[in-house]
Write a protein that binds this ligand. Structure first.
Ligand code: ZN
Ligand code: ZN
Length: 384
């Protein structure tokens, strides 16, 4: 004989059927392939299952107690017997019933919907209101969501008698194994609609196009999703609507580039203006909104002696913060335009200037790396 079935299950020779059942249940919990699929464990599960097969059957147990092997040589023929059932099936068999789920409701929450919205930078920065046309499921006007035609009502499903599921019973050495499936006649609802609504075919909802007003808050950026609670599609059976998400896509601006809550722009001034200083009017992003109560431009001072690449930071002139208060900054990068193709008179003046500044023969010396690009450029022209 290949094995001692009592030892395999870890019970004494005079164990009661209840004790044997308990011992197997404990082992099956650890060893069932659904729980522990490695091959060694599966092999052990087969052995344990064949032990249970023998000891749970009074006749086979007696054969074994008398020194025979009721499963024949090898003792494993019955092992596959327990394999065709899922772990849940086995547990259900022990606990005597399947899990009672009951019929499912026809009313379910609707799906969320996602919509993309292109806005320009000013609208993203300062907020906007739009009317959006959306195609979603709405409650069927004809049946008001019941799915039934006229005054007719859903009736109890005859196949499952309203349970929403059908049970199948398989006999095995473990006892009756019950498995439950959603009822094929009513698809699990427990009721059928004999006269479905002509408009929606029994779903309780229809697709419709509608227009909704959407408020885009200031400070949104590409990828921001604005949630509109309850504006998604209505659920089956007039279930509560899901949410509508509007995902923002911001179009590039001609002058302004966004960097988080900051706006960055480039301004080019002539060399003479950079040297002598000037004031200019910088058009604002607010001007794009067309609103009358905003600054169309802000004065920007180019200080005398401004270097190429200098940046000016205008505090709180950037994008309003989506979460939190205040605004980012407006960063102006100044570019200096060197005169090209000067005529004879201009060239003469430039030479005079160079002479006055003792810059006729600049040595173009190297500057230390930590002084940065502007320091080096300055040194290249002999200025200190
Ligand atoms: Zn309907
Ligand atoms: Zn049914």
């Amino acid at each position: 004989m290949s094995q001692d079935y009592y030892e395999t299950l870890g019970v004494g020779r005079n164990a009661t059927p209840e004790e044997i059942k308990k011992a197997y249940r404990r082992l099956a919990r650890q060893l069932h392939p659904d729980v522990n699929p490695d091959p060694q464990t599966q092999e052990r599960f087969k052995v344990v299952t064949s032990a249970y097969e023998v000891l749970s059957d009074p006749q086979k147990r007696r054969v074994f107690d008398l020194g025979g092997d009721p499963l024949g040589s090898g003792g494993g023929q019955g092992a596959g017997f327990g394999q065709g059932f899922s772990f849940t099936d086995i547990m259900d068999a022990f606990f005597g019933q399947g899990t009672q789920r009951g019929p499912r409701s026809r009313m379910q929450r609707g799906k969320d919907a996602l919509l993309r919205l292109d806005v320009d930078l000013a609208d993203a920065a300062f907020g906007t209101a739009r009317d959006l046309t959306v195609d979603t499921a709405v409650v069927c006007d004809t049946c008001h969501g019941s799915g039934a035609r006229g005054d007719s009502e859903p009736v109890v499903c005859e196949t499952c008698r309203g349970h929403g599921e059908v049970q199948q019973v398989q006999r095995s050495f473990l006892g009756d194994i019950r498995t439950a499936r959603p009822c094929p006649t009513c698809r699990g609802f427990g009721s059928v609609i004999p006269n479905p609504c002509d408009e929606c075919g029994g779903d309780g909802r229809v697709r419709a196009r509608r227009t909704i007003a959407v408020k885009i808050p200031p400070g949104v950026d590409t990828g921001t999703r604005v949630q509109l609670a309850g504006q998604g599609e209505v659920g089956p059976g007039a279930g509560p609507a899901g949410d509508l998400y509007v995902e923002i896509q911001v179009a590039p601006h001609e002058f302004f580039v966004r960097d988080g809550d900051d706006l960055v722009c480039e301004v080019t001034v002539p060399m003479t203006a950079a040297a002598l200083g000037m004031q200019l009017d910088l058009p604002t992003l607010e001007a794009d909104t067309g609103a009358s109560d905003v600054d169309k431009s802000i004065p920007l001072e180019i200080k005398p002696g401004t270097q190429a690449g200098e940046r000016t930071v205008l505090r709180a002139r950037g994008v309003p913060r989506l979460r939190g208060v205040g605004r980012g900054d407006l960063i102006v990068n100044v570019h200096v335009e060197t005169p090209t193709k000067p005529d004879a008179a201009q060239e003469n003046l430039l030479r005079q200037l160079a002479s006055l500044r003792r810059e006729e023969n600049p040595d173009g010396q190297m500057s230390s790396a930590h002084k940065g690009m502007f320091g080096r450029l300055k040194d290249a022209f002999g200025q200190r």
